[in-house]
Design a protein around this ligand. Structure first.
Ligand code: ZN
Length: 200
């Protein structure tokens, strides 16, 4: 099983529950409809990777990611919900499930997770080749983290060290070989955690 770092210890998330279309500005950029209830999909533990490995048509989506224990948020980290946009578009058209586009090996890439039990003032930033391409935070989310955790637990059940990825702000785009990415989480305007990657 793949592990992530939380507070200087290794933990094993069983699953990652992702929220689709949680920022209005990102819904508009993909010409999607505003959902009447949250959209969820799941990435398995086997999709977790330390590195970003290039694949054709792959987009980055930077997301505030929460670590769960006892049905509550205990940690926060930066996460990439990597998406094969070309395949996802075809699956959407045919009303088919998204796993091939969202749950493949290497589709979930995280920074370390830091202790954090409240979500006020959290923001995510993605810097691609030195330029900020995404920045947004909890105040722009349609469904807030406390609601999402309760709702997801009711529907799927949340186990200790599962991860909830809370959706992506506008500015998603393609990943190319050799790209340099920095993913950051801010708390009240200060950097809480960051990690950098070079796409291989
Ligand atoms: Zn996403």
């Amino acid at each position: 099983m793949n592990k992530i770092n939380f507070n200087n210890k290794k933990t094993t998330p069983c699953k990652i529950v992702c929220v689709g279309r949680n920022y209005v500005d990102h819904i508009k950029e993909l010409n999607n409809e505003i959902p009447s209830e949250p959209i969820y999909f799941i990435k398995p533990n086997s999709s977790i990777s330390e590195d970003i490995i290039w694949r054709e048509g792959m987009h980055y989506e930077g997301e505030i990611s929460f670590l769960i224990k006892d049905k509550k948020i205990i940690g926060v980290g930066f996460g990439f919900d990597l998406t094969l946009r070309n395949i996802q578009s075809k699956l959407k058209q045919k009303m088919l499930p998204w796993e091939r586009a969202k749950a493949f090996k290497g589709a979930a890439v995280f920074s370390d997770f830091m202790l954090c039990s409240d979500f006020e003032g959290l923001e995510v930033e993605v810097i691609k080749n030195g330029e900020t391409v995404q920045r947004g935070g909890v105040e722009l989310m349609m469904y807030k983290p406390d609601f999402l955790v309760r709702d997801i637990d009711e529907i799927f059940g949340l186990d200790d060290f599962d991860i909830v990825m809370s959706g992506t702000p506008k500015g998603v785009g393609e990943v190319e070989k050799g790209d340099e990415f920095i993913g950051r989480i801010y708390k009240d305007g200060k950097i809480l955690v960051e990690k950098s990657w070079r796409v291989s």
